[in-house]
Design a protein around this ligand. Structure first.
Ligand code: FES
Ligand SMILES: [Fe+2]
Length: 373
């Protein structure tokens, strides 16, 4: 049998170069991260009027702030005069304007150019046209999503569509009221692996029995290797002796008020391409945002979200955080173990997918279509 003929139970993966080639990574930034909706920052972390965050989206630095009306606004973090970076810090706040430290052009919170040395002597300068370059913004699930495309894709069809497709309907995610939850814990992981290895890993559970003993104890059906994401609407059920989604299966905290009976004692996972993983359990929500920085490096920011009173009362979240923190470390270790292999001649033509991973081929098809532009 030649390498090109595969037995029926196997499908081919992407070739290794997709995970190492800087040119492919640049194409992904251009055609994926700078074209699609990107979950940039938790809305509460942007803060009130005048507070800001800077976030890397594709190859750009994006400035996210709130205007006088409290609405989220986003701009490219670049001065329109001679291109200096406007805000050098990751976080901060201004009173009324963003003032460039080079020649002091100043922009209001809606991006309009409002002051510059000698501006009155240049009445022909249109202050909106020479204002900051706007970036499209949406707030959903309590996060600020941005899109660098001139004409963004439909938020409903792409971001919300991913939840619908996976859970059967949008109400299934909206019942968790994620916008009203509070971050109980945030951990940032600096992963030495391509972002696609992280997505592929998240989408399959063939590895669960090998590397996730704690998770498999809580969700025994994961031992079978079929990810919850394999079936529409399916959530993996807690084991009979398990009280909560915690590292030792002990009881969690107060359940989220609005969830359905069939969402109790179950774990649901959604992949929102290209960079968000949503994990839903009865008493908390875990949301991962990936920031791909290079072909072989991805920062993952993971939020554990609980009912506000649970966080305010200082309830012990350690066992609930520890479960997915361990899962994350186990997963990212595996991804980092694969990354060097992507450059090996042994992987030049790629690897193979077994039947419980066949749905990953859909992700690969999607990626190829996006890159073909
Ligand atoms: S580069 Fe910003 S004011 Fe000149
Ligand atoms: Fe995993």
């Amino acid at each position: 049998m030649t390498m090109t003929e595969l037995p029926a139970s196997l499908l081919r993966t992407l070739p290794g170069a997709y995970y190492t080639d800087p040119a492919i990574f640049t194409a992904e930034q251009e055609r994926i991260f700078e074209q699609m909706w990107f979950c940039a920052v938790r809305g509460a972390d942007v803060g009130p009027t005048g507070a800001f965050r800077t976030v890397r989206v594709g190859r750009e630095s994006v400035l996210v702030t709130r205007n006088a009306a409290g609405q989220a606004r986003a701009f490219l973090n670049i001065c329109r005069h001679r291109g200096a970076q406007l805000c050098a810090d990751e976080t901060g706040s201004v009173k009324r304007t963003f003032r460039c430290t080079y020649h002091a052009w100043a922009y209001d919170l809606d991006g309009k150019l409002v002051a510059a040395p000698n501006l009155v002597k240049m009445p022909d300068i249109d202050r909106v046209a020479y204002g900051l370059s706007p970036v499209h913004v949406r707030e959903w699930l309590g996060y600020v999503w941005v899109c660098l495309a001139e004409t963004p894709p439909s938020f409903a069809a792409t971001v919300q569509g991913a939840c619908e497709e996976r859970l059967g309907d949008l109400a299934a995610v909206e019942r968790y009221g994620i916008e009203d939850l509070t971050v109980g814990r945030r951990i940032r992981y600096d992963v030495r692996a391509n972002w696609k290895l992280i997505i592929e890993n998240f989408m399959e559970c063939y590895h669960c029995a090998t590397i996730h003993p704690e998770l498999v104890h809580v969700l025994p059906e994961f031992a079978g290797g079929f990810a919850a994401q394999y079936y529409v609407g399916h959530g993996a059920e807690f084991g009979p002796d398990v009280e909560g989604f915690t590292v030792d299966g002990s009881a969690g905290v107060t359940p989220i008020a609005g969830i359905d009976r069939d969402q109790d004692r179950r774990y649901f996972a959604v992949t929102i391409r290209p960079q968000v993983f949503l994990n839903l359990v009865p008493d908390h929500v875990i949301l991962h945002r990936m920031y791909p920085l290079a072909a072989d490096r991805t920062v993952v920011e993971c939020d554990w979200l609980y009912r506000p009173e649970v966080v305010a009362e200082g309830r012990d979240l350690s066992r609930s955080v520890e479960l997915f923190d361990r899962v994350n470390r186990q997963d990212f270790d595996a991804c980092e173990r694969c990354q060097p292999g992507m450059a090996s001649r042994a992987y030049a033509a790629g690897g193979v997918l077994v039947p419980s991973e066949h749905h990953l081929a859909g992700f690969h098809d999607w990626l190829r279509t996006r890159l073909a532009g």
